[in-house]
Ligand binder design. Structure first.
Ligand SMILES: Nc1ncnc2c1ncn2[C@@H]1O[C@H](COP(=O)(O)OP(=O)(O)O)[C@@H](O)[C@H]1O
Ligand SMILES: [Mg+2]
Length: 475
């Protein structure tokens, strides 16, 4: 049991609660961290770009005033250029109209030509600025305009490192991660405790149920912590009640069965004993008693046969053997089989069919159900009475009614006649060979076909059973 519980932890409510808490607790923090870092980076880069641009503009103006593009002798400008490149940890290139690099603060590329896209764009009047995130630098072009003609005579190409922004971000991220770790641990611990306490009532329910299953007879469970567990408790108690009813009826059934099976046995025993106890019994008496014994054996046999039929009907609907069956023919053969009994009781059997009917049914079980009804109509009838059977159908169902002119059923018995072993008049019913199982079999067989059976009766006038069964079997 414990082992099973461990295996299914990932499917458990507790696991889900914890996952939920982790998602609500940690995900927003992660997102916030990312947003903060990103916006910091953007702002820092923008700020730096603006700063550099300003510095370069000032320097550019100064540079043009001094005619630096023609002669690069100005100590002041050269000094400022090198200060600027040192301060910003970057490199400054000055490119003249023909694309030649006339000044490189790194002194590497002087004299070479540089006509990159940015430079050309800048000559066309568009200052560009580009941030290379992965290599940590900003590249910026600033046009050098002639003071009077406003013509672009050169370009200042500045690339500066953004390493310090990266460093700050890393520090920020590191702190963020530490905070996240702390929050995660907190959430996990809280989640663990919370999920444990949230799930506790459910554990209590299953524990209560487990305790009950040992001796469930007269107790009830009640776990009132949540309305959900209250509901569970009440549903379970309802089921328990139903189980108790079932258990009672099962016990009653077993008691009834034993009693019914014992009755013929007792008679046989009495008959046999009385023969054995007497000396020199006349042959006629032997014969008479033996006949009585044979009758009792027949009766025992009938009870057992009915019981077996009933047990079969109690099983699942999957045991049905569904076929397309001609109901008219089925009914005719039932009546034919019962004709001799009817004749003996001088009861008239009439079949009235309104249309041909073919339905998906289990022929054996349905036949048993219907012949029980007709047989009852004959058995519980009066001399010169009648049993009237009708067959009809619509697009969905077929209908069978079995009406008789018999003794009828008392009002207070009508709800009980479908119960197992119930007979209105025990001694009379026994006399005519009833076991009290027939209608139970009938009702179960009809229910297996998803049908319904109803009864109307008036004492001393007669009884009518109406059966309704779907034409197409509903699985
Ligand atoms: N058509 C009927 N007319 C009068 N009573 C009936 C009729 N059908 C059934 N009953 C009553 O219902 C009881 C139960 O019927 P059933 O289960 O078939 O048992 P059984 O026929 O073996 O006695 C019968 O004992 C009888 O009292
Ligand atoms: Mg019967």
């Amino acid at each position: 049991m414990k082992e099973k519980m461990k295996q299914s932890f990932f499917k458990s409510l507790r696991f889900r609660i914890m996952v939920l808490l982790v998602i609500i607790g940690i995900l927003p923090c992660l997102i916030i961290e990312k947003v903060i870092v990103n916006s910091y980076e953007n702002r820092a880069v923008e700020w730096k770009k603006m700063n550099v641009k300003n510095q370069c503009d000032i320097l550019g103006n100064q540079l043009m005033k001094e005619g630096y593009l023609e002669y690069q002798q100005s100590e002041v400008i050269n000094g400022e250029l090198s200060i600027l490149s040192t301060v910003y940890n970057g490199r400054i290139l000055i490119i003249n109209r023909s694309g030649r690099i006339i000044k490189d603060t790194y002194d590497i590329d002087e004299g070479k030509y540089m006509l990159s896209e940015e430079v050309i764009q800048c000559f066309e009047g568009v200052d560009t600025s580009y941030y290379d995130e992965s290599n940590d630098y900003i590249e910026q072009t600033v046009s050098l305009k002639d003071g009077k003609s406003k013509q672009i005579d050169g370009v200042m190409l500045v690339s500066i490192s953004t390493g310090e922004i990266r460093d700050s971000i890393e520090i920020l991220e590191h702190r963020g991660n530490l905070l996240m770790l702390a929050i995660s641990i907190l959430v996990l611990v809280l989640g663990y405790l919370l999920s444990k306490s949230l799930v506790k009532p459910f554990t209590r329910v299953s524990k209560a149920i487990e305790e009950l299953t040992d001796g469930y007879l007269d107790e009830e469970i009640s776990v009132l912590d949540y309305s959900e567990t209250q509901m569970l408790s009440s549903v379970f108690n309802k089921m328990l009640k139903r189980m108790k009813v079932l258990d009672d009826s099962r016990q009653e059934f077993v008691a009834n069965v034993s009693h019914e099976l014992k009755t013929p046995m007792t008679s046989i025993k009495v008959l046999a004993d009385s023969l054995v106890g007497q000396e020199e019994v006349p042959v006629e008496l032997y014969k008479e008693f033996m006949q009585d014994i044979a009758v009792e054996i027949d009766r025992e046999n009938k009870i057992i046969t009915d019981l077996l039929a009933l047990v079969k009907m109690d099983k699942k609907a999957s045991d049905l053997n569904i076929e397309k069956v001609n109901i008219n023919e089925l009914m005719e053969s039932i009546l034919k089989r019962l004709k001799p009994i009817a004749d003996k009781k001088k009861v008239e059997l009439v079949l009235e069919t309104y249309r041909p009917i073919v339905a998906e049914v289990d022929e054996v079980k349905l036949s048993l159900a219907l012949s029980n009804l007709v047989e009852n109509g004959i058995k519980y009838n009066v001399e010169d009475g009648w049993v009237h059977v009708t067959l009809n159908a619509d697009h969905k169902y077929f209908y069978v009614t079995v009406a008789d002119s018999g003794v009828g059923i008392p009002k207070d018995s009508i709800d009980k006649i479908f119960e197992r072993f119930y007979r209105v008049d025990k001694s009379h019913s026994r006399e005519i060979g009833g076991t009290g199982l027939g209608l139970a079999i009938t009702r179960n067989a009809i229910a297996m076909h998803r049908g319904a059976v109803k009864v109307k009766s008036e004492e001393q006038k007669g009884t009518t059973f109406s059966v309704r069964i779907p034409l197409n079997y509903i699985a």
